[in-house]
Design a protein around this ligand. Structure first.
Ligand code: ACO
Length: 431
């Protein structure tokens, strides 16, 4: 084996510098170029971070070529089968699976933080009823810092943990109320006798005038959706949360920035975009035309729910949720014509040379929307559901960042290609 360094020579000056290679537990090694500017007076250029590791992390590992996803070392398939969302939240935050007592305490703690300040409830009244629920989420999550400012010291371990629990516990309440507000319906308060996911469904669908019974199939499927979305290493929204947090901003403000980032159709908004696309296709006979559009380099249309920056194989979450999709549709006796279109589209795209060559496989969003439709979740709420699941990932990654020994504000550099230095031109001399 050679030396654990990479040598870079600047051919314009002939200067040669060695940079150390760092190796993690899994995955490609990284070249530590933190001294590059000092040594060579040069930055690296990597738009979209295609070759850049922005941090060290012990939380989640993805092998995109093999289709592997590990939370704290545990394969997602095992967690999906044997665990549940709250246990996964504990694991992501603490790093280890809980004992019986630890999980009982954690469940109690989360259950008893689900209420929100009554002032926050009034806050909703300022939004338009037809606002997208994600726009309400960005606002209300950010506003948490105005209602829970007692424990915002980011350097205090206890404050960080309570803020994290508040976020995980209150997110379903905030999300369900965003939905109820859009419908002009009364807000349902959380109930401590229900599990995390049952509580969410209760707050989404119960009315004061009648009893509401949570469908166990729906609750199980929703819990799985939360679990599968809980973390995904340094994706766009998580990187946003870390970057915001690097300025020592409070966790609610940072997570609100993450919610805004998640909303985009290239990220968490894709599940909503999948359903809109399936509706636009409308019939299996139109699939070929849409596939051709997706392949046309002059057409901006892409197959929503296909492709992933990291997975160049089947997204392991997609495999799990695909199976769950069949189970939910069958046990809830849902006959959804969009599902037929989705299955045919999947079949055609997976056999198409364009998609094979580019390693474009269905991602988790391709199926999660169909399950949510079967449960009765409106399309506009899909990304909100993703937000509930991802909250623990954001806050765990934020906590990892804020507890690093060396604290540095995230501050990328640039290659300036604008106008060179020039003198101000008085207005009467401008053309
Ligand atoms: N449909 C058609 N072509 C596609 C698709 C798609 N869904 N995705 C990528 N391609 C093509 C690109 O046009 C490009 O082709 P080219 O090499 O001929 O130029 C090639 O595949 C590589 O694509 P990139 O855009 O470079 O891949 P990148 O890693 O930047 O993008 C992304 C990944 C944003 C997810 C992309 O695949 C996409 O837009 N997919 C649809 C949206 C989606 O489903 N997003 C959800 C992501 S998962 C999540 O957030 C939970």
């Amino acid at each position: 084996m050679g030396k654990d360094t990479v040598t870079i020579t600047d051919n314009s000056t002939g200067k040669t510098v060695e940079f150390p290679i760092k190796r993690g537990a899994h995955g490609p090694a990284v070249m530590d170029i933190s001294t590059l500017y000092k040594e060579l007076k040069m930055f690296t250029y990597d738009p979209g971070f295609l070759s850049t590791a922005s941090c060290e992390s012990k939380i989640t590992f993805i092998d995109g070529e093999k289709g592997v996803l590990l939370y704290r070392g545990y394969p997602i398939e095992q967690l999906a089968e044997k665990s549940d969302f709250l246990e996964v939240c504990y694991l992501l935050w603490h790093g280890e699976l809980p004992t019986r007592k630890e999980i009982a305490d954690y469940r109690h703690q989360i259950n008893h933080h689900t209420m929100v300040h009554e002032g926050l409830r009034d806050f909703y009244q300022g939004f338009r009823r037809d606002a997208h629920p994600m726009s309400v989420m960005v606002g209300v999550v950010g506003a948490l810092s105005a209602f829970y400012h007692d424990l915002l010291d980011v350097h205090n371990e206890c404050s960080r943990e309570i803020s994290a629990q508040r976020l995980v516990a209150k997110m379903p309440t905030i999300a369900a109320w965003a939905y109820r507000y859009s419908r002009g319906e009364p807000f349902a308060y959380p109930r401590n006798n229900l599990s995390y996911t049952e509580n969410f469904l209760h707050m989404m669908y119960s009315y004061p005038a009648e009893e509401y019974e949570v469908n166990p199939v729906a609750a199980k499927a929703m819990d799985l959706i939360f679990l599968l979305h809980a973390d995904h290493e340094q994706n766009a929204s998580t990187s946003t949360v870390r970057l915001a947090g690097s300025s020592q901003a409070n966790p609610f403000a940072c997570v609100s920035a993450g919610v805004g980032t998640l909303w985009g159709p290239a990220h968490g908004g894709a599940n909503e975009a999948v359903i809109n696309m399936l509706k636009a296709i409308g019939d299996v006979k139109n699939i070929a035309r849409f596939v051709e559009k997706a392949k046309d380099p002059d057409d901006p249309f892409r197959l929503m729910g296909f492709g992933h920056r990291v997975y160049k194989n089947y997204d392991p979450r997609a495999k799990i949720i695909r199976k769950q999709c069949f189970e939910v549709l069958e046990s809830m006796k849902v006959d959804d014509p969009l599902f037929e279109i989705a299955m045919k589209l999947e079949e055609i795209a997976l056999k198409d040379e364009y998609f094979i060559q580019r390693k474009l496989y269905p991602n988790v969003d391709f199926y999660s929307g169909i399950i949510q439709r079967a449960i009765g979740i409106p399309t506009s709420m899909f990304t909100v559901i993703f937000t509930i699941g991802r909250t623990i990932g954001w806050i765990s990654q934020w906590n990892e960042m804020i507890t690093e020994k060396v604290q540095r504000i995230g501050r990328p550099r640039q290659l300036y290609v604008g106008a060179p230095n020039r003198d101000y031109l008085p207005i009467d001399q401008r053309k």
